[in-house]
Ligand binder design. Structure first.
Ligand SMILES: *Cc1c(COP(=O)(O)O)cnc(C)c1O
Length: 464
């Protein structure tokens, strides 16, 4: 036995695996049952803490532990999970993960079946966003990583920094003050410094104020700085607002800027009749970062970066060390490889979950689920407006509704904490125009209209 790392009896293993699969399917099928979130019990926390195992417990013991863990997720598979921006996941990912586990493919490169699945996903994304035939793309962990990849291509398209470093560059970029922090983090990690990202104020609809953008850019140019990047937000994390992407595309064109769109959850709206008009202009972007794990409900993690200019994309990452030599024949054929388009060499088979989700469900059903969530956000806004004790803090642009209790910040926060702790619903807390807010984000294909009634009734019942 010692040194033998495969099951001694595959038949026994199959029995163990089948039992776990049954438990896993039951968990997902019963996603709406029970509390949205339950804290990880203290006894289980304690049991988790064991010495580094020197002797293995075997597959049956592992499967039993895995089954016990099943109920203690974030809660985002539940219909009343409304916190932050989480997708709710689905059954197609489970199938894909089974196959991926059996293949153990490394998607860094080379010529094998898994690579062709990712190529298909790239082609589909191109089609979704109306990008040209030659556009390139890469499956990544999420929008944070997608943003780093896109902005590195944008940086390297402007300055010669790959070998020389950024030196005394004077590059600056622009995003609204509602942009996700991942943009500033990318500026930091790319050596540009987060101060070089200008936070442009927004208007009453939480869209970038175009006049303010022009003014800031003119001032930067006058000061000898080099504007190179404009970031549009398609679905802001705080209130779900969409910048006017066509206006941004016009400015990027006339000012010679790279246009990047952060569409982490909102870009998926191209599949929805309700949201598609808001995304007009995205087809003119130089790069788009978005997630399959949010509003398209592929299981975590699955993000994507799409670039208009394949050559600029590759120029930012390509390198050919001796041990990665390619050939025209054999397993090392098929260059360029994913490693030529991003920072990761060894990569898992995330593309399979994406492929399985789109193949199993199709874009119509995925888009319809997005449209339904938008209608539900409007419905919730009406319910909030009808409550004398609640006050809405922003217009509903897509999936997000933010509101406060009239008694102030402390009560507003208490509402969220109690809802989370009693397991009835999980909204999150944010700040809108300086005021604490209950933030309900509905990127959840399991949410039914009744769930919104349950949420509002629970808030009404609270005596705080
Ligand atoms: C979630 C989110 C991000 C970050 O995406 P990850 O997949 O979590 O890395 C960036 N921008 C917006 C607008 C988001 O909602």
């Amino acid at each position: 036995m010692s040194g033998d790392l495969d099951p001694l009896d595959w038949q026994d293993f199959e029995t163990v695996a089948q039992e776990l699969l049954e438990r896993a399917v039951a968990q997902l099928a019963g996603a709406k049952d029970g509390p949205v979130w339950r804290p990880f019990p203290e006894d289980m926390q304690a049991e988790m803490q064991v010495e580094l195992p020197t002797r293995g417990a075997g597959y049956e013991a592992v499967a039993a532990e895995l089954a016990r863990l099943l109920p203690y997720g974030v809660g985002n598979t539940h219909p009343r999970f409304f916190g932050w921006v989480h997708g709710s996941g689905g059954a197609a990912s489970m199938l894909a993960e089974i196959a991926a586990a059996a293949m153990n493919a490394n998607l860094g490169g080379r010529d094998h079946g898994a690579i062709y699945v990712e190529k298909q996903v790239v082609a589909w994304v191109r089609q979704m966003f109306g990008f040209p035939e030659g556009a390139s793309g890469l499956v990544v962990s999420g929008t944070s990583m997608a943003t780093i990849v896109a902005l590195k291509a944008a940086r390297d398209a402007r300055i010669n920094a790959r070998a020389a470093g950024v030196g005394a560059h004077r590059l600056v970029g622009y995003a609204s003050d509602q942009a996700h922090n991942c943009v500033a983090r990318a500026f930091d990690m790319l050596g540009l410094g987060s101060d070089a990202l200008r936070a442009v104020p927004v208007n009453a609809a939480f869209k970038m104020d175009i006049a303010a953008l022009r003014k800031r850019m003119a001032a930067d140019r006058a000061a000898g700085l080099a504007p190179f990047l404009l970031v549009g937000t398609a679905g802001s994390v705080n209130v779900g607002a969409f910048d006017d992407l066509s206006a941004l595309a016009d400015i990027a064109e006339s000012e010679g800027l790279w246009l990047h769109i952060d569409g982490a959850f909102g870009a998926a709206g191209v599949l929805s009749e309700v949201l598609r008009p808001r995304l007009k202009g995205i087809e003119r972007a130089d790069s788009v970062a978005f997630d399959f794990h949010k509003w398209l409900h592929v299981n975590y993690d699955a993000g994507f970066v799409l670039l208009r200019d394949e050559a600029l994309h590759r120029a930012a990452f390509e390198g050919t060390p001796d041990y990665l030599a390619s050939s025209d024949r054999g397993l090392a054929a098929g260059r360029p490889w994913p490693v030529d388009y991003g920072p990761e060499l060894s990569r898992g088979f995330r593309a399979l979950k994406i492929w399985a989700q789109i193949t199993a469900l199709g874009t119509e059903a995925l888009g319809a689920a997005i449209s339904r969530n938008c209608a539900q956000a409007k419905l919730l806004a009406e319910m909030v407006d009808a409550e004398p004790s609640l006050e809405r803090l922003a217009p509903v642009a897509s999936s997000v509704v933010v509101f406060a209790h009239v008694d102030g910040d402390v009560v507003t926060e208490e509402i969220v904490l109690r809802l989370q702790e009693n397991g009835l619903a999980v909204p999150s807390i944010t700040t809108v125009n300086g005021q604490r807010a209950v933030r309900v984000n509905i990127t959840n294909h399991r949410t039914r209209d009744e769930d919104l009634g349950v949420l509002v009734a629970a808030i009404r019942r609270m005596e705080i």
